[in-house]
Design a protein around this ligand. Structure first.
Ligand code: F6R
Length: 647
């Protein structure tokens, strides 16, 4: 089991010099784990060790606790340690960081509810030792209540171990930008970005409370040990700013640079913007080991930095920017040409392969001319949002294109949208047949509150709305209806926002479809930044099915291409097939996205970005084209990009 060691720990101080050199941009001690699971176990074990140590000394152990998605696995492990390994919480006193305001304890969105669900209901803590800011306090008593909260922390002896997450604004607790380093527990107003991030759990932005009660930055900093958790690509930017940037009230988490016993525990993706990972050649004598993905990354970075096209880079540009190692065996001239050609060859207007053309340097094979293709779309609109232009070309170039919609997408249809459809059906049928069932559904929808579990009827209705939006878009692209496959994978069909992990039943359904179609090409969403994780689970299902099928004869002729969902694009060095689009194709793609009407105008799960999906798609595809142009390639209107996956 990996352990975390604080800055004060001898083992950290005695790190090999090379590692310290690599970290010279970093102002906060951090440990990077392969994934959130391994990291969470290590953190849970540090907490467990502390509890046991304090027990052996006959002392209470005071924990400061956080909510949100980041600490869930830590709590899960603590519960396991209690149930299976006898870890007792009898000597534990807890203080939670924050609570929304106003907020009833019983509300499923409350942090009170969260903490009991994930931890307190499953351990032997004395309920009197649990402290969570109370969102039910009358407004005029809040100030006094907050002072008392601080007093209670003091009386308990101060916080021994403070667990933190970090918001994309750089908030810790709900200390939003502008918070003071000395701030104490108080009522605050939530930042717009924070509310956008919380919109998913609250079933829409407008339902997120305006305010919260939070421990202050000063309260957090007075803890004797602090561990901050961050997972995933959405945290990469703020982690980099917090660890490498200057201390600033605009990013309250940077105040942690002042604390002498803080560790950030992060996974590889959250760490990916740190200088030592993003541009490792800037921190050490970096050996590229002839890895051309890495070399391309470095050359593209150099072009971005110097605002030059690839063929315009000179020897001194490489030498003066830490990339001298690239010129040991090649001149700058040869290196430029090598990388230029490598990128140039990713561009093709023939995503299914070009008939009667030499395919040696093309991303796709020429044969067979007519390929069978499956586009896997995690939600009902990812196919057109993320690869609409390529989809359009594949059909137009005569390939047999199937689309597999992995989930119903019911979660993302607003009640008001569903109501509109039942009311239309009701008005049509009134006087012709019995409409009492429709009237019941109308009543349910009118009286529903945010967070109420969906009835099966409404869930199905919402799925149906999205299914017919799919027909609209695919008919527009001239795909026969029988090539649409609505998989309704069981992991998603929970009638709630929370989903199951991928299971046998899901994998079987995907496997069955691949067996039936015997595709030459599979397109799948390789986007792991989807805010509610559906893309990741959907992809896990495809990977598991491919693993099972890989020995089948027909699979030897099947290539898998990963596109990215609505949130991020591949970096240029990761792209292995890039499909340019004309202005007309961009407009056709927009039209196809428009068929997904339930997802227009403030759809429920916009994630952290308030632009509509068609806008994001257009801006992202135009941006890729712009980046190619800046690197010295031909000017296109827009481009979609793919990376090959080998199974
Ligand atoms: C929660 C809290 C917040 C969260 C932060 C990250 O008690 O105080 O600061 O830690 O918003 O949330 P997640 O972990 O959901 O990304």
């Amino acid at each position: 089991m990996s352990k975390l060691y604080s800055k004060n720990d001898q083992r950290i101080k005695h790190q090999p010099a090379g590692q310290q050199e690599e970290m010279r941009y970093e102002k906060i001690h951090n440990v990077v784990f392969d994934d959130a699971q391994a990291a969470s176990l290590a953190v849970a074990h540090e907490i467990a060790d502390l509890i046991t140590l304090k027990q052996s000394e006959g002392l209470p152990c005071v924990l400061g606790l956080a909510t949100g998605s980041s600490p869930i696995k830590v709590y899960k492990e603590l519960v396991r340690l209690h149930k299976e390994e006898g870890l007792s919480f009898k000597n534990v006193i807890t203080f939670n960081l924050d609570e929304y305001y106003p907020m009833s304890k019983q509300d499923p969105q409350s942090y009170w509810h969260f903490m009991h669900k994930h931890l307190f209901d499953h351990i032997d803590i004395n309920p009197a030792n649990i402290h969570i800011p109370n969102g039910e306090i009358p407004k005029e008593q809040v100030r006094e209540y907050c002072n008392q909260y601080e007093d209670k922390i003091q009386k308990a002896g101060g916080i021994d171990f403070q667990l933190l997450g970090i918001g994309r604004t750089g908030h810790i607790g709900f200390n939003e930008p502008g918070s003071n380093i000395n701030s104490a527990t108080r009522m605050v107003t939530l930042n717009k970005v924070t509310k956008t991030d919380a919109a998913e759990t609250f079933g829409g932005y407008k339902n997120v409370p305006q305010k919260a009660i939070t421990m202050g930055v000063g309260t957090v900093l007075s803890a004797r040990r602090i561990v901050l958790l961050a997972w995933g690509i959405n945290k990469a930017e703020i982690i980099e700013k917090t660890i490498e940037g200057d201390i600033s009230t605009h990013i309250p988490a940077t105040f942690l640079q002042e604390h002498n016993n803080t560790t950030f525990v992060i996974d590889q993706t959250a760490a990916s913007n740190l200088t030592r990972f993003k541009t490792p050649w800037l921190v050490s004598d970096y050996d590229f080991k002839k890895n051309y993905d890495e070399i391309t990354r470095a050359v593209v970075w150099l072009c971005d930095r110097l605002k030059k096209p690839i063929l315009g880079l000179r020897e001194e540009d490489y030498l003066e920017n830490g990339l001298g190692n690239l010129l040991v065996e090649k001149s700058a001239y040869d290196m430029n040409i090598k990388i230029f050609n490598r990128i140039q060859r990713t561009i093709t207007g023939w995503p299914g392969g070009k008939p009667n053309a030499d395919d040696q340097y093309r991303p796709e094979r020429e044969l067979p001319h007519k390929k069978r293709v499956i586009i896997f779309s995690p939600h009902p609109d990812d196919d057109v949002i993320s690869m609409g232009g390529t989809f359009d070309r594949l059909v137009e170039q005569g390939h047999e294109v199937h689309i597999a919609y992995q989930t119903s997408g019911s979660t993302a249809v607003a009640d008001t949208e569903a109501l509109r459809f039942v009311e239309v059906a009701h008005d049509m049928l009134l006087g012709k047949t019995d409409v009492s069932h429709l009237e019941e559904v109308i009543k349910i929808l009118r009286n529903k509150k945010a967070g109420d579990k969906e009835t099966l009827d409404v869930w199905k209705l919402k799925g149906n709305i999205r299914r017919h939006e799919c027909y609209g878009a695919t008919r527009y692209y001239n795909v026969p209806d029988e090539n649409l496959h609505f998989l309704n994978l069981p992991f998603y069909e929970t009638q709630a926002v929370e989903k199951q992990p991928i299971g046998e039943a899901d994998i079987k359904i995907i496997e069955e479809l691949i067996r039936r179609v015997k595709p030459h090409q599979i397109y799948a969403a390789g986007d792991l930044a989807d805010p509610h994780g559906t893309h990741k689970v959907a992809l896990d299902g495809i990977f598991a099915a491919l693993e099972r099928l890989k020995h089948e004869e027909y699979m030897k002729d099947c290539w898998v291409w990963l596109y990215r969902g609505a949130w991020h694009e591949w970096d240029i060095h990761e792209m292995e097939m890039v499909v340019p689009m004309t202005r007309d194709q961009v407009l056709r793609k927009r039209q196809a996205i428009f068929f997904h009407q339930s997802q227009k105008d403030g759809a429920m799960y916009m994630g952290s970005d308030m632009r509509e999906f068609w806008q994001r798609a257009e801006e992202r595809n135009a941006d890729t084209a712009k980046r190619f142009r800046e690197l010295g390639f031909a000017q296109y209107e827009a481009m979609e990009a793919f990376r090959r996956y080998f199974f």
